[in-house]
Ligand binder design. Structure first.
Ligand code: GTP
Ligand code: SPV
Ligand code: MN
Length: 592
């Protein structure tokens, strides 16, 4: 498919090591995809679902010990440990290459190696970057065909250039002890072995579009962020764009596809989805910050997705979708997950493929008793989303009015606040914290610092990453305003106080009003907080006292948080910018 010497010699080298019996280039054609689906169905790797109810949809189960990203097995192998920083795992590159070589040697014996040329971003756009993933998994090929732009036009766009990201993936033995997700930023190289799960193996996504891209962005003056991109259209037909960074499984997909509450819908408000997970951001000629979504599909959390919480996501998954680790309803050959509806299937297999008894479900032990794994996902085509933005394929992207940070905080963080300026906004991002979720292996519900929702995804030193944010602020003449939201505040019984989901639009409207200087706000030690009257609660069953509570800033819990922030800054280490310490001291002073 190409005469590019850089591509061909690299493939030769990888094939000599992994020793596949066959090499097949993926051309992006429907015929080839269809024949791969058939092959995967024949071996049981995929299960074809009910063609009438779920056309062109498939179910896949991963190994039971391979259901989420593995942060402790993820490495950033820069020449020095200092460059990777304390937040990332690091091994000296030549040592890591040697370790990996052993694991890859002969790992594709008797198997086919698929060559997937893909583009992150619209082929031909200034934003776009090309990658090639080599994999021994048909599941990976079929997912990449949805999640990225794949095909001959990519290889044509690359021409004879050496400028592409090399990705090698082998499932090998799926051995947990020898599972490695490794990045060599200086070599434009990603190597993943012994996993078959999402973020570990779809190398265009977290590995390239966040870890490698964040490194490139630092070098080249742009940003790669764990952010959704949405357009909010007002009744006049004007659309303003917002990017929001929430940690994994904290509501990006939901917010990106929001359906306005009825009152607003009737007035003509609409939300358009540009992206649900990753944004690449650049300064435009007009001095604003512009965003593209480098992906082509959604790898979204299934549990909790339903007709009320996210009808757009649900509609997107009704065709051309690969479901991973959900529950299989055998009566009608469809899929189910917790939170889809109140009718769990009676004749079903759980995510492990075992007969499932829904009456045994225990929400305190989901992994053991649920039908679908808590981190089960759908891989769906972005263009199948009913609210996909007309700018989805735009080569320039969309201009960003606001950047929103957020996380799961039962206390401390109010519903929304605005930073004083870009530098303070960077500080607000740096101190983000959230309860951990099932998206990564490990304990769930533990509060941890997750700066900019990028803790697992920064491809270099976290301190330098914060400096990059500060530097970007200086080169954006007309920067977006920076906010922080928290949909997850709870009462004494642990119930969410804020209704969330579609009603989050009420907060977005305040945010946009602030961007346009249409509304005053209350200055507090942590930033600008709305006056209760300025959050429109028309049609919402919530009283002012509750809203007051949601918007309150509890100084004591903030003071307690300061200690934890200091410890975290210490952990990040020497490269924390001085400005961040100045902001921290200023916050402490304002809190009194
Ligand atoms: P990744 O794909 O892992 O990066 O996650 P994401 O940020 O896209 O997460 P997603 O939108 O799929 O959110 C998943 C979880 O957040 C589900 O359990 C949702 O029910 C819950 N969630 C999303 N929005 C809200 C909200 O406004 N309020 C509450 N209470 N829960 C929400
Ligand atoms: C996340 O964990 O933030 C995801 C899912 O978006 S994965 O692609 O598996 O990383
Ligand atoms: Mn994500």
């Amino acid at each position: 498919m190409t005469s590019n010497k850089h591509v061909l010699s690299w493939i030769d080298e990888m094939a000599a090591m992994t020793q596949p019996s066959d090499i097949i280039w993926i051309d992006g054609s429907e015929e080839q995809a269809e024949s791969l689906r058939a092959q995967a169905c024949a071996t049981g790797e995929l299960i074809k679902l009910n063609e009438e109810l779920l056309p062109n949809c498939y179910l896949h189960r991963t190994a039971v010990n391979d259901v989420a990203r593995v942060e402790n097995r993820t490495f950033i192998c820069t020449p020095t440990k200092e460059e990777a920083g304390n937040i990332n795992n690091w091994v000296e590159p030549s040592k890591m290459y040697a370790t990996l070589k052993k694991l890859y040697t002969g790992s594709m014996k008797g198997k086919t190696m698929y060559v997937i040329p893909y583009s992150m971003g619209v082929v031909g756009s200034d934003f776009a970057k090309i990658g090639i993933e080599l994999t021994d998994s048909i599941y990976v090929v079929l997912n990449m065909l949805i999640m990225t732009r794949v095909g001959k036009n990519v290889i044509n766009a690359l021409g004879d250039s050496p400028d592409f990201i090399k990705g090698l993936h082998s499932k090998a033995d799926l051995d947990e002890e020898n599972r490695y997700i490794v990045h060599f930023p200086q070599d434009n190289t990603i190597m993943s072995v012994n996993s078959g799960y999402g973020g570990n193996v779809l190398l265009g996504k977290k590995c390239f579009a966040l870890r490698i891209a964040s490194y490139l962005g630092k070098k080249e003056g742009w940003m790669a962020e764990h952010m959704l991109i949405l357009g909010l259209e007002n009744p006049k037909g004007e659309i303003k764009y917002i990017c929001a960074a929430f940690p994994s499984a904290c509501g990006k997909t939901n917010l990106a596809m929001l359906i306005p509450p009825e009152h607003f819908r009737k007035l003509g408000y609409k939300v358009w989805c540009v992206g649900d997970d990753i944004a690449w951001l650049r300064v435009g000629n007009d001095g604003r910050l512009w965003a593209i979504n480098p992906e082509n599909g959604f790898f979204g959390v299934a549990p909790g997705t339903n007709e009320h919480s996210n009808p757009n996501a649900l509609a997107t998954t009704r065709r051309d979708t690969i479901f991973t680790n959900v529950c299989h309803d055998l009566d009608n050959n469809t899929v189910w997950w917790e939170g889809l509806n109140n009718n769990p299937p009676k004749n079903a297999l759980n995510w492990r493929g075992e007969p499932w008894d829904y009456t045994k479900y225990d929400k305190n032990d989901k992994v053991k008793t649920s039908g679908a794994h808590p981190n089960s996902r759908f891989t769906a085509v972005a263009k199948n989303c009913p609210c996909i933005s007309s700018e989805f394929d735009s080569i320039t992207g969309v201009p960003v009015s606001a950047i929103v940070f957020g996380g799961r905080r039962a206390k401390t963080a109010p519903l929304v606040y605005q930073s004083f300026n870009w530098q303070h906004g960077t500080f607000v991002g740096s101190i983000m914290a959230s309860e951990t979720t099932a998206a990564a292996a490990g304990a769930v519900g533990v509060v941890r610092r997750d700066p900019m929702a990028m803790r697992p995804f920064v491809g270099y030193n976290m301190g330098d990453y914060w400096q990059h944010w500060l530097d970007m602020g200086k080169i954006i003449p007309n920067p977006p305003k920076i906010f922080h939201v928290n949909w997850f505040r709870t009462d004494e019984e642990g119930n969410f106080i804020w209704p969330g989901f579609g009603d989050n639009m009420r907060v977005l409207l305040w945010i946009l009003d602030r961007c346009e200087n249409k509304v005053e706000a209350k200055e507090t030690p942590i930033g600008y907080v709305p006056y209760t009257k300025d959050i429109n609660i028309e049609g919402l069953d919530i009283d002012e006292a509750t809203l007051d509570e949601l918007l309150s800033v509890d100084k004591e819990s903030w003071k307690a948080d300061i200690e934890n922030i200091k410890e975290f800054y210490k952990l990040v280490g020497d490269r924390v910018p001085e400005k961040m310490y100045e902001e921290l001291a200023a916050l402490e002073k304002r809190l009194g």
